[in-house]
Design a protein around this ligand. Structure first.
Ligand SMILES: [Zn+2]
Length: 156
């Protein structure tokens, strides 16, 4: 297409369309120039910064929730352990002669460990059976049924 036909064409093509075409021709290459790209890049940077802060906050909230859950879990476990301990101390079912180093050393005493099912308090020499509240809760050692004097509370 030569210049003359272009001019003729222009005469028939409505001006707004030419303006739009011209705009596209000018704006087209401009899109590849770094100028608008930089202007656009500044906004995402700020946006990213904001998002980083938001992420940080939500992470902290998550962490907080997690810690709360963990705390609740630990509290529950603690309660269970206390209950277990209370059951153990109360029933004395699982309390055997070989449960602690003290027991182990006493188990070596002549007479056999099976007879050492009583608790002899060191302070007053009283003998307690396994159901007594003083059983293994006071200073003392395991002993035989004929050792010490019987506790008034449990009958030895
Ligand atoms: Zn007793």
């Amino acid at each position: 297409m030569n210049l003359k036909t272009f001019k003729v064409l222009l005469r028939f093509v409505p001006f707004p369309l030419v303006a739009v075409l011209a705009g596209v021709l000018i704006a087209g290459p401009a899109e590849d120039s770094p100028e608008p790209a930089k202007a656009v890049a500044e906004s995402p940077e700020a946006h990213a910064e904001l998002r980083k802060i938001r992420d940080g906050i939500s992470r902290l909230l998550d962490e907080n929730t997690r810690l709360k859950d963990e705390n609740a879990q630990l509290r529950k476990e603690n309660q269970q352990l206390r209950r277990l301990l209370a059951e153990r101390a109360g029933a004395g079912k699982t309390v055997g002669p070989a449960n602690s180093p003290t027991d182990a050393s006493n188990a070596a005493v002549p007479g056999g460990e099976s007879t050492l099912t009583y608790w002899i308090s060191t302070s007053n020499g009283q003998r307690h059976n396994s159901r007594c509240r003083y059983f293994k809760t006071t200073e003392g050692r395991l002993g035989a049924p004929d050792e010490g004097k019987a506790c008034k509370l449990c009958g030895g």
